[in-house]
Design a protein around this ligand. Structure first.
Ligand SMILES: [Zn+2]
Length: 480
């Protein structure tokens, strides 16, 4: 047995022994409704920060620093609404060890029993091997997993294999306000020694096989505004005699993408990095099929039937989605209004090697051109309203290699290397500001229902997940 194996067996045994305490820790965390998007619950988000602070102190942190982020910028109902703090903490400062920053968030999505939960969302219940409660998988389970790991080390008198810097935020579900700035400010201070970042805030692709995530798509979000008459009009009087903004908008939006998801804006697909053989081979063993997609979508409406096509189009090709039209009549019934001003919203999920600025230019020019073809006298503008970059890491670097060993050790199976179709913007911020590799090491399963009703974390994922996180620290700490 290698020396790591010798260390891990008693550690895993300790984690098994402490299982009831670990479930209690998660129960206590879930009981605090730290919903960041609900202003009335802001004190609870602060209470959750206090909870973490107490836990970290009990575990013997060398430092705990609470970073106040000031007042939340508008739009807010309470102009004095304080932002939840960032909880920073350090365990160890041995210059001979690697320093790993561990990020997690302690706020959660809203949840009401009336939404259809089978039980009170803020009372953790264990049923059929599942820990059900808001935040169980996103992201209180993984955050508690790290604390559990520290407790197991402490009770065994086992030295940590790396120095740990924690960064826990309370606004992740509400746009991570203030986090980018804080990371930039602390890059050369609190985070000075950090050489690697680990984030457990995503999920396995499916339900059977653990994964390591090495890529995320970005998102550029646009809006098209069209203004015509001075006020909303009646179609009985003005229908057929004026240029209607809604007709213009639907015309332009219909030119952006075809019904098979192909982006029709010239130049966009040309920016996409070609698929290499090495990359294509990563898709072979991934556990996924079209049924899983249909189940998740709740319909049989898949564009592609093969696993590889589905996953590539979710992960490594761009997509364009039409989201909505502001100002359009959207209620029930037969209102005969001609809206005076409409704003169409759409976004493009971006991938390597798309250039964000060039994309904006292509999109805006294309929309202008298509509108011009309509020869409408209405006022027309297209603008970018939000963008977040894509991220791709080298799935064969030290971090991924250590995480692969840790996953195999605990789960007895080689993890699938996956990407995700969505974004975790903070991934890129850490990489850029700290010059560190980032690893996404998920704990929960693909069917956990983060953000949805009856959110759960399977008990084995919580306990074996705690072991995986622990083993990762040991394997990574041992890399040269
Ligand atoms: Zn999350």
């Amino acid at each position: 047995m290698s020396s790591i194996d010798t260390t891990l067996s008693p550690l895993f045994a300790k984690i098994d022994e402490l299982k009831p305490q670990f479930i209690q820790r998660l129960t206590d965390a879930v009981a605090i409704p730290s919903v960041s998007s609900d202003e009335t619950l802001r004190p609870k988000v602060f209470a959750m920060a206090d909870f973490l602070k107490e836990e970290l102190a009990k575990l013997g942190a060398d430092d705990i620093t609470i970073k106040d982020l000031g007042i939340q910028p508008p739009p807010v109902s309470d102009p004095e609404l304080p932002l939840p703090p960032i909880v920073l903490s350090k365990f160890g400062s041995d210059p001979n060890k690697k320093t790993v920053l561990i990020y997690g968030h302690y706020d959660v999505q809203p949840a009401l029993l009336e939404d259809g939960w089978a039980s009170d969302p803020f009372t953790l219940v264990e049923k059929d091997g599942k820990l059900i409660g808001r935040g169980s998988t996103d992201d209180k389970g993984p955050v508690m997993g790290w604390l559990n790991s520290l407790q197991a080390h402490k009770e065994l008198g086992l030295e940590l294999p790396v120095n740990i810097v924690f960064c826990f935020e309370g606004m992740e579900e509400s746009g991570s306000i203030g986090l980018d700035t804080l990371i930039a400010q602390e890059a050369k201070k609190y985070f000075k020694e950090v050489e690697s970042v680990c984030i457990s805030d995503n999920y396995w692709l499916g339900t059977k096989k653990p994964v390591l995530t090495y890529g995320l798509r970005g998102c550029n979000y646009y809006q098209i505004s069209i203004k015509g008459p001075g006020a909303d009009l009646h179609s009985g009087i003005f229908g057929g005699v004026i240029h209607e903004p809604m007709t213009d908008l639907v015309n332009v939006m219909s030119k952006l993408v075809d019904i098979n998801g192909n982006i029709l804006i010239p130049g966009v697909n040309e920016m996409v990095a070609p698929v290499t053989e090495k990359e294509a081979s990563l898709y072979k063993d991934i556990e996924f099929d079209v049924d899983e997609l249909n189940l998740a979508a709740g319909s049989n409406t898949a564009i592609y039937q093969s696993k590889k096509d589905i996953l590539m189009h979710r992960w490594r090709f761009p997509s364009l989605s039409l989201h909505g039209i502001e100002g359009a009549f959207s209620g029930a019934g037969a209102k005969t209004v001609i809206p005076a001003k409409v704003v169409g919203k759409f976004s493009i999920r971006t991938v390597p090697d798309m250039d964000s600025k060039k994309l904006d230019e292509l999109v805006i020019n294309f929309c202008n051109e298509k509108f011009k073809e309509l020869k409408s006298p209405n006022q027309f503008t297209t603008e970018l309203i939000h963008d977040g970059a894509y991220w791709v890491s080298d799935p064969f670097n030290n971090e991924f290699t250590a995480a692969k060993l840790a996953t195999e050790k605990v789960w007895g199976v080689e993890p699938d290397l996956t990407r995700e179709g969505g974004s975790i913007p903070i991934t890129l911020t850490f990489e850029k500001e700290l010059g560190a590799n980032v690893l996404l090491l998920p704990m929960g399963k693909g069917d956990d229902g983060a953000h949805s009703i009856n959110e759960k974390l399977n008990t084995p994922n919580y306990i074996e997940g705690t072991k995986t996180l622990s083993a990762y620290l040991h394997y990574f700490g041992a890399t040269k």
